[in-house]
Write a protein that binds this ligand. Structure first.
Ligand SMILES: [Zn+2]
Length: 380
């Protein structure tokens, strides 16, 4: 027999349980019908943010459709690669309204999604909007979500965007379309690249900042500046040979520096792609584009790093995004098939940009002090 008191407790629990269930159902209903909402089905009716986003994608896709080998290789067609863009009110917010699933109808079931028509724009012929991708989209509730979602067997870049944040504010490298171009390249083109996966990694710990190292590094950065804009093969070759000799001297004395090559292979190529896209479309990304949107020289940036010990961290990894991209531009002149060489065998040779330069111009071996002094005198 249950006492009256037990009976009352049980009843109270039942009320709590029902209230909890109602709250969950109500919350889910609010999310589904209140927060979740699909955009209009036709391009002209999209809001200004989405129209701008698709205008930027169209510009990038057109460049890839027309001149893929001027960006990366003829085989890398970003304009046909899948992409997921998640619409939020702020990228720092958890809430999201819907996701665009682009170029994915051949790898996932889009029958329950809303097709968005872009009349007269064949570059956006495969765009769908959805309120959910099932469990795959649970992580889209994270603020600042940018992640990899696997559709079928294909890893796809998924990233949040929001009104007023498309252009990255002052930091043009963080503009949504530019950032997506970079991150999608890692996912779409570099799946088989293992440059940063070895035990040595891709970060230089305890970067040496003694006089000998910094003197060589200043020369290397002056040579990188002397390569800017150069398209004459003999000039590029002679300056790049000087660079190879300086770098050989650095690596010989401080072998831990060699992992710079790994960052240049993975991140340098992704930045190279951003710079090439800017070249072709009149975009804002140049050499060492900073948070104020301005380009810089390698020499100035190194001087700025040397001013303040707390900035030396940039020498561990970040700067090689930029040196790698600059080597890519030199390789375009002296070893145009470097983008094939960087692929793992059998398609390529698994050569970093640095290794491709050596293959094209010869191994400098161990330069003597006199040779180093000669080179340093050429870049005062
Ligand atoms: Zn990256």
């Amino acid at each position: 027999m249950m006492s009256k008191r037990e009976h009352g407790a049980r009843r109270a629990w039942r009320i709590v349980a029902i209230a909890a269930i109602l709250a969950i159902v109500g919350g889910a209903g609010y999310v589904w019908f209140g927060i979740k909402s699909l955009p209009p089905a036709s391009a002209e009716e999209l809001d200004a943010t989405d129209r701008e986003l698709f205008a930027e994608l169209t510009e990038q896709y057109r460049a890839f459709a027309e001149r893929p080998a001027d960006l990366w290789t003829a085989d890398y067609r970003y304009d046909t690669e899948p992409l997921i863009l998640i619409r939020a009110d702020s990228t720092r917010s958890s809430l999201w309204h819907y996701a665009y699933v682009i170029n994915a109808s051949n790898i996932t079931d889009v029958s329950g999604m809303q097709k968005i028509d872009f009349p007269g724009n064949p570059l956006l012929s495969d765009v769908y909007a959805t309120k959910t991708l099932g469990t795959a989209s649970l992580e889209y509730w994270q603020p600042l979500a940018f992640t990899t979602t696997t559709l079928g067997d294909t890893p796809v870049l998924a990233m949040k965007y929001a009104p007023g944040e498309l252009d990255g504010g002052d930091d043009k490298t963080q503009a949504v379309s530019t950032f997506a171009l970079h991150e999608a390249f890692h996912i779409n083109a570099q799946q088989a690249w293992d440059y940063d996966r070895g035990p040595e990694g891709d970060r230089i710990f305890d970067f040496p900042t003694d006089d000998a190292q910094m003197s060589l590094l200043r020369t290397e950065f002056r040579i990188l500046d002397a390569l800017t804009g150069q398209t004459d093969p003999s000039i590029v070759a002679s300056r790049a040979r000087d660079l190879l000799a300086i770098r050989a001297a650095r690596y010989e004395r401080w072998p831990a520096l060699r992992v710079q090559d790994n960052t240049e292979a993975i991140e340098g190529t992704a930045v190279y792609l951003q710079r090439r896209m800017s070249d072709l479309t009149g975009g804002p990304i140049g050499i060492l584009t900073n948070k104020a949107g301005a380009s810089s020289t390698f020499t100035d940036v190194l001087a700025w790093v040397e001013e303040d010990p707390s900035r030396r961290e940039l020498l561990e990894r970040s700067l090689y995004y930029e040196t790698g991209a600059q080597l890519g531009y030199a390789l375009d002149v002296v070893a145009p098939d470097w983008k094939k060489q960087i692929e793992p065998p059998p398609a390529g040779e698994r050569r970093t940009p640095h290794a491709s330069l050596i293959a094209a111009l010869g191994d400098p071996g161990s330069p003597t002090q006199a040779q180093i002094a000669d080179i340093q005198a050429r870049y005062p």
